[in-house]
Design a protein around this ligand. Structure first.
Ligand SMILES: Cc1cc2nc3c(=O)[nH]c(=O)nc-3n(C[C@H](O)[C@H](O)[C@H](O)COP(=O)(O)OP(=O)(O)OC[C@H]3O[C@@H](n4cnc5c(N)ncnc54)[C@H](O)[C@@H]3O)c2cc1C
Length: 403
């Protein structure tokens, strides 16, 4: 019998365990992960950016937890010797029509406490000599890190503080009772006072199994990347983003310097026929049915079919992908780019076809479900963990008071 069982060994599950060990050191905690190592899905397959918080609506959970989480993440890296860099980024307008939204982002950034600065074409070219833009925002707070390394450090710290982590344990059911929860896996059954579901791409399936009434469904969106060949890495100094489409939660294909020195270009955002489907041909009947049978999916398609088709076309045509990148760096050529591993985002979708914009955590008695933690949840993970720990500890003290 554990105090807490956490499902998922991605960065959100690990950060939640870390927060609980700090806030409730005498508690017993078990993490159950279905893969053989931590960070095998979203956490280990992302862009590695420590986001600044410039994009998010002031007052939203994303704005609050990302701006605080960014500083926490950098301090955590300093404390435990993880290589990171606060290299800053530029968001580049390549068309007059984008200038208005660039100003909106500048306003948001300032409201979120950032030192954003609108810069001219000449200033932009001093920072990124190969970029073609008419104006840009410089965001000095953004950084880069390898989140797999952060996760591995968290695992070491957690093991050191006596927490149990079991790999290759696929959770098949959660029963949430009045005084305790029962979690069944492919291998065994465990009991705990609370269950915290941080299962990313599978979080809605597990939440429903635990009896939570959900309105949303997780829709998987694959993000595909190319990588610049070594000889062309000098085209990019740090992080170069386009002005995003304000009606979409994705940032548009961009250039990212990774902490190992490689330069990634992407990710796009294509509907995936498999929740953990990393190739263009990945398919899973049950996952596909879960998406296609959700009315919100068809409303999303109705509202955004043009963007959907152009993302699909760009996924199938390297020439089209390169064309998008050339808007930012005209010198980049098809032969400069080689394919790089993709990731799949767990994005919650509402029944009315709108994408859930903010982080969403559902507190349901003894089971807690992280329902929407897409980008920038890796950046915000230490703060998301604290939020969950705060709730659980409040409940735990009510339990103790009742005894
Ligand atoms: C392409 C891409 C680029 C991104 N770029 C960035 C970025 O630059 N910066 C940033 O901050 N964020 C970024 N993100 C978002 C970030 O990666 C995620 O928000 C974050 O990793 C979510 O962590 P998680 O722990 O919730 O999910 P995950 O990392 O997916 O972890 C969930 C874990 O649960 C396990 N699991 C699932 N079902 C079960 C089950 N039944 N039993 C046991 N275990 C189970 C899975 O195996 C997995 O290990 C990006 C995401 C993607 C996909």
């Amino acid at each position: 019998m554990y105090n807490y069982i956490i499902i998922g060994g991605g960065i959100v599950g690990l950060a939640t365990a870390y927060a609980l060990t700090k806030a409730h050191p005498e508690s017993s905690i078990l993490i159950l992960e279905k893969e053989s190592e931590p960070a095998s899905h979203q956490t280990g397959r992302n862009s590695g950016v420590i986001h600044s918080g410039v994009y998010y609506k002031p007052g939203s959970k994303k704005a609050e937890l990302t701006t605080r989480g960014r500083d926490r993440m950098m301090k955590f890296c300093q404390q435990f010797g993880i290589i990171y860099e606060q290299c800053g980024k530029v968001i580049v307008a390549t068309d007059e029509k984008e200038l208005h939204y660039l100003d909106t982002l500048a306003e948001r950034g300032k409201k979120n406490g950032l030192k954003v600065r609108k810069i001219s074409k000449d200033e932009l070219n001093e920072i990124e000599p190969h970029v073609n833009g008419i104006a840009a925002l410089q965001v000095p707070e953004a950084g880069i890190v390898n989140y797999k390394e952060v996760s591995e450090t968290l695992v070491d710290l957690l093991k050191h503080s006596g927490l149990d982590i079991l790999f290759e344990q696929y959770v098949t059911s959660i029963t949430s009772g009045e005084t305790k929860c029962k979690v069944k896996t492919s291998k065994s059954t465990f009991e705990s006072g609370y269950v915290i579901n941080c299962a990313g791409l599978h979080s809605d399936i597990l939440a429903t199994k635990a009896g939570a009434k959900l309105q949303h469904r997780i829709i998987p969106f694959r993000g595909e990347y190319y990588e610049l060949v070594k000889e062309r890495r000098d085209l990019v100094k740090n992080l170069i983003y386009p002005v995003p489409n304000p009606s979409f939660p994705f940032l548009g294909v961009h250039f990212t310097r990774m902490i190992d020195g490689s330069i990634h270009a992407g990710p796009n955002a294509v509907f995936s026929f498999k929740r953990e489907g990393y190739s263009k041909f990945s398919f899973n009947l049950s996952d596909t049915w879960k998406s296609l049978s959700f009315p919100g999916f068809w409303k999303l398609v109705g509202q955004h079919w043009e963007e959907g088709f152009s993302e699909l076309y760009r996924s199938l045509s390297k020439a089209e992908f390169v064309k998008s990148l050339q808007k930012l760096i005209p010198e980049v050529r098809s032969e400069d780019l080689i394919p790089s591993p993709s990731g799949v985002r767990a994005q919650a979708l509402n029944p009315d076809g709108t994408l859930v914009d903010d982080f969403l955590i559902k507190y349901n008695g003894r089971s807690i479900h992280v329902c929407n933690a897409p980008s920038p949840a890796a950046t915000a993970s230490l703060e998301i963990g604290d939020k969950i720990a705060e709730y659980v500890l409040n409940q735990t003290s009510k339990d103790i008071a009742a005894i």
